[in-house]
Design a protein around this ligand. Structure first.
Ligand code: NBG
Length: 871
């Protein structure tokens, strides 16, 4: 009873207040600071009432600890986390139930976001803030002698994703819920998420991410949500009820067990859902094998089944690994489609023609593309629809987002593997391809026959492996395009590359299918909650906290960009955040860093195209210049603390060498008594969502320096921008739009343009490298940072045109990069100019809220409308 009151009153929904009603401002700062809020403070509970709530919360936390964990006082922070999380969970489930009761009643069209990855990070703080409960929980914990931030620190990240693609999916869920859009995410409940990265003697080591051992308060196991998923076996034609049908008899079956992860929207009663599938055996245990003494066989089925959802992206360089990955993809797609169809059937019966009015699916990259064949199978083989009717439904329901231009990430499955694991799907794909190529033949009838044949071969979903003519492949991107209504890229330049290069043949045939949806990030997690100090300042200046879900309002900050008093406050926030990061560096590396130095950051997956190597080269160059200076000259230099973080895929050898180069250079620089006050380089291991939440608010300069045309969008660039961090970037991905919104003159742009790349690659062998470049290559090769042999392939990859070919054109951009670095230094010396730019970044970040992106998807692709439950 008391809780219902607490929830109803505190969230203010019963008042029918507009979306950005009196949000308690972000900040773990207690209620008195919250009282400075500009808007509708009257709606907040009075202090007397509030302290009553806190008592109730305290009692609830301790009761959770007592009855769920058998603990009675003397709690550690980790205990306090468990008690708090299990208490918050109840509020979340209340709101989840209400939302879903409403949606069931309204029966709106749903969007289902199919993604092999959801990089959620931690949930406690985000949930408490999104639900507007931070005051109560913060205070209750304080009364118990704990601090919310330390308590929240006990939570393990849900790291069910590799990087940008998975984190984007997580931001999208936050925005879908916040915008009251009926929508769910569907994915895999990996037992082990993204590996934990450690450093041993400066080299990356990988450790399993065991994140579920202490239970997961943020999920609800659904014992009533289970579907069978089959693999292998054979297909026969049989007469079923007088009709010729294809009947697939799989040789292996597993059960997909559903787990719901409620997703709270912000400033709305809507709480949506991320349903993740766990693979479990059909039969618990083979007792007869056990009784016969065959213990291994008794356990075999369980192990095989559990293996499917065990690990995020197993290394796919071996055939077994590849097979497992395809298995994962089919596993979650099959369960998700069955789930959606069974809910549809419960309401609409077998009226499948109406399915596209009630459901649409977004394929997050090619990973869930098997959905094209699976939806066809379910409609034709299971529901008995005619092929053409099923095809119309399928293509109306599905849409595909492309997230990469990297050929190695555009999936192609060997026909052999597909036919063995999913024999019926392989047949279906063959039929789709037959129909498709035939259609093409007619469509292209005006071409000369030779040309037409060439074009059709180039666009065939099934084609020979260009490196091995004996092997036939299924091109998943082609299947996705042919099977979808809409295809989109994730930033303007990227969508153009998709249209003009990667899928150009398809674009020419279906120009209206192709769209752009520039990525965005949730301003809740990535500004309001991770940088409460800045959020307070913004709210104070704008006189409203409405910017939290209407980021266009941030533009109002432009009026303060040159105001010295505001600049001083802005600088003070950055200083606080830098101090926090400095603390972290001290904890990890044991070093005190100069907090007046510029914090220069590059955090992202390690990849040659992202060019962390180029960053290191410029740091070495800076070091060498500092060494040449007199102590007096050094004093005039801009000191920098450079930070690089990111994981290298376990099989990506070159990326691992880059990490070692970072640590090796850091080892030399950080110890040099002459320069260490002016330059540091740290590698921060195990970069993840939580670490990003500390690093990004502290950053002053961030590096987004991919070779033009290679980074589809980037999303950390948007997070940095929101937090007032200046960007050093190439004309690539979303950097371009960020520069346009911020004012190009405020961004440090350098490097060649995407349209020049092909020619420059051809000419790279004869490119005359900068003498400074040559010097650095000799330094590394000569062992200036030790590990000569280990670094040799790295040097060769960019410098020895007989071995490597500098595919990502580091040498071409090197001189421009150093010049841009000089510009950075000069600007930093003028702190008022630097601060003006910093404010202009946040002010210009309105476009990059994932709310904007999701609104565009909802309007242009999904045609899904908000459906908000009443409070
Ligand atoms: C990544 C791109 C990023 C982009 C994210 C989200 C993959 C396959 N792609 O540039 O590299 O920001 O997707 O769209 O992870």
């Amino acid at each position: 009873m008391a809780y219902r009151q607490l929830q109803g009153t505190n969230r203010g929904f019963s008042t029918g207040a507009p979306v950005a009603y009196s949000r308690p401002m972000p900040g773990r700062v207690g209620r008195s600071a919250l009282r400075v809020q500009a808007v509708a403070e009257a709606e907040r509970p009075t202090a007397a009432k509030a302290s009553g709530f806190e008592e109730v919360v305290t009692t609830d936390i301790t009761s959770k600890l007592k009855y769920l964990f058998g603990r009675n006082g003397d709690y550690t922070n980790a205990d306090a986390y468990q008690g708090t999380a299990w208490s918050v969970r109840e509020k979340l489930i209340d709101s989840f139930n209400k939302t879903h009761e409403h949606w069931k009643k309204e029966d709106p069209k749903f969007i289902y976001y199919l993604s092999a990855e959801f990089l959620m990070g931690r949930s406690l703080t985000n949930t408490v803030y999104n639900l507007g409960l931070e005051g109560e929980y913060g205070e209750a914990l304080r009364e118990m002698g704990y601090h919310m931030e330390k308590v929240a620190d006990a939570e393990r990240d849900a790291a069910l994703g590799n990087g940008g693609l998975g984190r984007l999916a997580a931001c999208f869920l936050d925005s879908m819920a916040t915008l009251d859009l009926p929508g769910w995410g569907y994915g895999i409940r990996y037992k082990y998420g993204m590996f934990k990265q450690g450093l041993k003697d400066g080299y990356q080591v990988e450790m399993p991410d065991i994140w579920l051992t202490k239970g997961n308060p943020w999920e609800v196991k659904r014992d009533d949500v289970k579907f069978e998923v089959g693999f292998g076996g054979r297909v026969e034609r049989k007469k079923v009820n007088g009709k010729e049908m294809s009947v697939w008899t799989p040789s292996e079956k597993v059960i997909a067990q559903g787990y719901d992860n409620p997703i709270p929207g912000y400033a709305t009663p809507t709480t949506s859902n991320l349903r993740l599938w766990d693979a479990v055996p059909v039969h618990e245990f083979d007792l007869s094998a056990f009784n016969a003494g065959d213990y291994d066989r008794a356990m075999l089925e369980r192990e095989r089944a559990e293996g499917i959802s065990a690990v995020l992206y197993p290394n796919d360089s071996t055939p077994e690994g590849k097979e497992l990955r395809l298995k994962q993809q089919y596993f979650f797609v099959c369960a998700s489609l069955q789930d959606v169809m069974s809910r549809f059937r419960a309401v609409h019966g077998a009226n499948w023609e109406a399915l596209p009015e009630k459901a649409c699916f977004q394929l997050n990259d090619t990973h869930p593309t098997i959905a094209v064949a699976e939806l066809m199978r379910l409609l034709v083989d299971v529901e008995g629809l005619e092929w053409d009717a099923a095809w119309t439904i399928t293509t109306k329901c599905l849409n595909y987002t492309n997230h990469t231009v990297m050929p190695e990430a555009l999936e192609k499955w060997p026909v052999k593997v597909m036919a063995k694991m999913l024999p019926r799907h392989m047949e279906i794909i063959e039929v789709i391809n037959e129909g498709w190529t035939k259609w093409l033949g007619v469509h292209l009838k005006d071409l000369k026959s030779e040309e037409r044949a060439k074009k059709i071969a180039a666009m065939s979903i099934i084609h020979a492996n260009p490196w091995n003519a004996d092997e036939m492949l299924v091109n998943m991107a082609y299947l996705a395009v042919v099977g979808s209504s809409a295809v989109n890229g994730v930033a303007a330049i990227h969508s153009n590359i998709v249209k003009d290069e990667i899928l150009n043949d398809f674009y020419e045939i279906f120009p209206s299918k192709f769209q752009n949806k520039t990525n965005g990030v949730t301003p809740r997690r990535w500004l309001a909650w991770c940088n409460p100090e800045l959020a307070h300042l913004i709210t104070e200046a704008l006189g409203t906290s409405e910017w939290i879900n209407d980021t266009e309002k941030l533009a109002g900050l432009r009026a303060f960009a040159t105001d010295p008093a505001f600049q001083a406050k802005w600088a003070a926030v950055k200083k606080t955040k830098k101090a926090k990061l400095a603390e972290l560096i001290k904890k990890i590396h044991g070093d005190d860093v100069n907090q007046n130095a510029m914090f220069d950051i590059q955090i992202k997956r390690i990849h040659e195209y992202k060019r962390q190597y180029l960053n290191v080269l410029s740091i070495i160059w800076r070091y060498k210049q500092l060494k040449k200076m007199t102590p007096e000259e050094r004093k005039a230099a801009v000191p920098r603390v450079c930070i690089i973080g990111g994981k290298a895929a376990s099989a990506y050898d070159m990326a691992k060498r880059i990490i070692r180069l970072v640590t090796a250079v850091g080892d030399v620089i950080n110890k040099d008594p002459e320069t260490k006050d002016y330059l540091r380089l740290y590698f921060l291991p195990d970069y993840n969502v939580t670490l990003a939440e500390t690093i990004i608010p502290a950053a002053e300069l961030s590096q987004h320096i991919s070779t033009a045309g290679t980074e589809a969008s980037g999303t950390s660039n948007m997070k940095f921008q929101m937090n007032g961090c200046l960007i050093m970037g190439t004309w690539d991905g979303a950097n371009i739009e960020i520069a346009e919104e911020t004012g190009v003159e405020n961004v440090f742009v350098f490097g060649v343009r995407a349209e020049e790349i092909n020619q420059l690659r051809k000419d790279r062998k004869s490119f005359k490298t900068d003498p400074r470049w040559d010097e650095l290559m000799k330094d590394i090769e000569g062992g200036m940072f030790g590990d000569k042999d280990y670094f040799k392939p790295l040097v060769d990859s960019v410098n020895n045109m007989k071995v490597g070919n500098d595919w990502f054109l580091l040498a071409n951009d090197f001189a421009g990069y150093l010049a841009a670095q000089e510009e950075v230094d000069a600007t930093y010396k003028d702190q008022s100019e630097w601060l003006r730019r910093s404010i202009m970044y946040t002010a210009g970040s309105g476009k990059f809220s994932s709310d904007r992106t999701i609104r565009e998807y909802a309007e242009d692709i999904w045609h899904v409308k908000p459906a908000r439950p009443s409070a």
